[in-house]
Design a binder for this molecule. Sequence first.
Ligand SMILES: [Zn+2]
Length: 319
Amino acid sequence: MTLAPDRRFILKALGAAGLISLSPSGPLHADGMMPMRAIRQFPLGAMTVTIIDDGSFSMGVGMFAANAGKTAAGDLLASYGLSPTVAEMPLQVMLVETQGVRVLIDTGMGDITFHGNVPDNGRLVRSLQTLGLAPSDIDIVLLTHGHPDHVGGLTAQGEQVFANADHHLPEIELAFWTQSPDRAPVALREMIIECRRHLLPVAHRLRSYDDGTEIAPGITAIAAPGHTHGHHAIMLESDGRQLLHLVDTAVHYITGLERPDWTVGADIDKPKAIETRRRLLARAADDQILIAGYHFPFPGVGRIMRMGDAYRYVPVPLV
Ligand SMILES: [Zn+2]
């Protein structure tokens, strides 16, 4: 048996898993008329994992290959039949129920809209409602890093959204993303203004964590620095089953895996990001751990295959 699927196989697998269309034949609202927001739920040992599509934003693909030729990322994506200029970046929020504790991993983008985008995000709370959950039912909000597309759902109109939850974010992330915009590098100023708007109202209740911290039973932080200084991946473990949430270790499921040495414009410490990407992808491939990616096509859960010096993502259908 070969472990090397060709591209057609991957595209077919994406279709089979309902990953190309964001409106697969999913459950319906009670009235049977309107399709529900995209949600996938599956067991992991004794845990229940739910992937919630918060929406998406678009960005230029040049961001994925800042150290390569101008058309490098576009050429690679075009070979998969994707746009050579613009990439859709989905936002997959993960909800984990473990031993009666509901843990939300990141919060989507909330009311933030990036330049050049029309608002197509901030669906998280409505999706929780379709699951019969109010924001007040969330026990823990685990923030993997301080970027606006991960913390934007923390507040709405300046008010905390998850009123009863313990909030967790590494101290270094809070300090960096709430620093005075006037003293920040110019390229980061707008981002920091958005982060401050969402992080400062909850700053007093943020608990720090670091590598190896068990946030809730079976949910452990794994240091994955580079994308941001305090960026963490998350390992879920229950009854011998594992899932490694890579978060933004690989931002794009094709470029980040096939060319882990390409630098990503949004990575703050680019050499460290490459080192982390190689380390976690190698671990996922060698141990054949189920993985998740925050910006991978919905629902963004699959396996990593080693392809010589590079990797490929193979989605796993979740039914
Ligand atoms: Zn992100």
